[in-house]
Design a protein around this ligand. Structure first.
Ligand code: NAD
Length: 330
């Protein structure tokens, strides 16, 4: 099969090369079709992505994406947000767990964050009311809220998870978050075997820091989901080991959750784990469970041994040495 690979900016091409080597080493029937996108491409061409990218995702349905840089406060639109909206990948799924060998303040974390991906404040409806007043619209719809809550409960049922916690601020935002919560409660009725829980976002942040092991699946509107996702990545030892999938009914775009890491780009020391684990999520969704499992186990073993890991997780190896060690295990 063919799938789209977007290496992206900064360390993106370096970590994408790891996935390409692994694909080859595992003899997987996946041909990567590469397209450029992001700030570096935009600087050269004035366009956000290479012509043909959208058609290719439309045709092949599956994509893997490295980080793309988004300048703050300019007209340049985020490639991530544009792709998520274009392909209606309404669920951002981010599993997070501890890895032996990576320092973290907590043990036994096994969380999955399911974040609504298409609306809320990230819809991008904002304008200057006057020269001194900016206004942004928090758009929440019944359709998108029901769809994401159903996805979360279905995920819990399929993956034998016990609890789905809704994150909200409906005490203050009675209409928008109130609607999200209504949809959550409505959908929950169809899943009586799954425990429900509603937690206000600020309290959620505190509880995640105090007792993260008590949570299972979390479902949230876009903005809270984004913030809590990074908070949870911090709980398990950083963004370098957190993968994510942007899932729609027809298209799936898997990605590394960290950014383009401009401070280490070009040095050959980026940690490729996030993109590799995103690739493992993709393999699982392609019904290649055995391959996904082997890849995760190989990565976990190399991380645990610690001989060939990158500097961000305490090692001294290069991206290539880390990748080769994973391939050796495979
Ligand atoms: P960042 O994630 O790029 O970097 C934060 C810190 O983590 C840096 O010190 C970096 O060196 C380190 N780091 C990140 N990934 C690493 C890896 N794989 N291996 C080793 N170290 C790693 O965040 P930032 O600096 O806030 O953002 C830089 C750019 O990335 C911005 O333009 C931002 O818009 C973009 N960004 C893109 C995405 C995405 O495409 N999904 C996500 C977040 C940020």
């Amino acid at each position: 099969m063919k799938a789209v690979l977007i290496p992206g900016d900064g360390i993106g091409p370096e970590i994408s090369a790891s996935v390409e080597s692994i694909t080859k080493a595992m003899n997987l029937d996946i041909e990567w079709v590469k397209y450029r996108a992001g700030a570096e491409y935009a600087k050269e061409t004035g366009e956000v992505w290479e012509p043909g990218l959208v058609d290719a995702i439309e045709e092949y349905k599956w994509a893997l994406k490295g980080p793309t840089a988004t300048p703050i406060g300019t007209g340049f639109r985020s490639v991530n947000v544009a792709l998520r909206q274009k392909f209606s990948t309404y669920a951002n799924v981010r599993p997070l767990r501890n890895f032996k060998g990576i320092d973290s303040k907590y043990e036994n974390i096994d969380l999955v964050i399911i974040r609504e991906n298409t609306e809320d404040l990230y819809k991008g409806i904002e304008y200057m009311l006057t020269e001194d007043i900016a206004n942004g619209v928090k758009l929440i719809t019944r359709e998108a809220s029901t769809r994401i809550c159903r996805y979360a409960f279905e995920y819990a049922r399929t993956n034998n998870r016990k609890k789905v916690t809704a994150i909200h601020k409906a005490n203050i935002m009675k209409y928008t978050d109130g609607l999200f919560l209504d949809c959550y409660r409505e959908v929950a009725k169809d899943y009586p075997e799954i425990e429900t829980q509603e937690v206000i976002i600020d309290n959620m942040c505190m509880q995640l820091v105090q007792r993260p092991e008590t949570f299972d699946v979390l479902v949230a509107p876009n903005l809270y989901g984004d913030i809590v996702s990074d908070l949870c990545a911090g709980l398990v030892g950083g963004l370098g080991i957190a993968p994510s999938g942007n899932i729609g009914d027809d298209y799936r775009i898997y990605e590394a959750v960290h950014g383009s890491a401009p401070d280490i780009a070009g040095k050959g020391i980026a940690n490729p784990s996030s993109l590799i684990l995103a690739f493992a999520m993709m393999l699982e969704a392609l019904n290649k469970q055995k391959e996904a499992q082997s890849l995760r186990e190989a990565l976990a073993a190399v991380v645990e041994e610690g001989k060939f890991t990158t500097p961000d997780i305490g090692g001294q190896a290069t991206t290539k040495e880390f990748t080769d060690a994973i391939i050796d295990k495979l």
